[in-house]
Design a protein around this ligand. Structure first.
Ligand code: SF4
Length: 191
């Protein structure tokens, strides 16, 4: 069975230090590079990390990979998407976003972003997901009423734009059948 989905690591950089980060379980640099054949066979590319929006090359990744996939999605926590928007005042040329805020800062900045009319007017993405993992990530960050209010507020703001999922954190990535997890080297691929 040919893989239909490729999860591609854009960067190992991340501003968070989640206690249950699955990247702690292996050396991210040992993940194999995607081959040209694999790239030509996939339908969907999910850009991941680390935190993809911490890479200054995120737009280059998207543009180079665009011809290879029907869908390009990005996994992000929130704060770095906000920073990308504030720096560029454009939304990336992708098909969807999977957001999983980890800290109060992610929640607060996403709340700000989802109240920004200019940002909202540019959203054309067809598949947006918001994953809520609060208890599993860092319960110490979500104890006050204000924290919990922020979680409810983000969910309310996101509801018309995102599918909202409440998930249990898994500390191990087990790629489902038909999905692969890869690094990428554009030079090696000749693209
Ligand atoms: S945001 Fe993601 S990559 Fe970064 S530490 Fe948390 S789980 Fe790991």
């Amino acid at each position: 069975m040919k893989p239909k989905v490729a999860h591609i690591i854009v960067t190992d950089k991340c501003g968070h230090n989640c206690p249950m980060c699955c990247n702690r379980n292996y050396d991210i640099h040992e993940v194999p590079n995607i081959t040209k054949k694999e790239l030509e066979d996939v339908e969907t590319i999910c850009l991941t990390g680390g935190e993809p929006f911490m890479s200054k090359d995120i737009d280059m990744f998207i543009e180079k990979l665009r011809p290879y996939a029907k869908n390009i999605y990005v996994y992000a926590s929130g704060a770095e998407l906000y920073n990308y928007w504030k720096k560029n005042y454009k939304v990336p040329n992708i098909d969807g976003l999977s957001l999983s805020p980890k800290t109060m800062s992610d929640y607060q900045l996403l709340i700000e972003l989802l109240q920004d009319d200019c940002f909202l007017s540019m959203l054309r993405w067809k598949s947006n997901r918001l994953y809520i993992f609060i208890k599993q990530i860092d319960p110490a960050n979500f104890q006050t009423e204000e924290d919990l209010d922020a979680v409810s507020k983000l969910i309310n703001l996101a509801q018309s734009l995102f599918k909202v999922f409440f998930r249990v954190w898994k500390d191990e990535i087990i790629s489902p059948k038909g999905e692969i997890f890869r690094n990428i080297n554009f030079e090696e691929l000749g693209i």
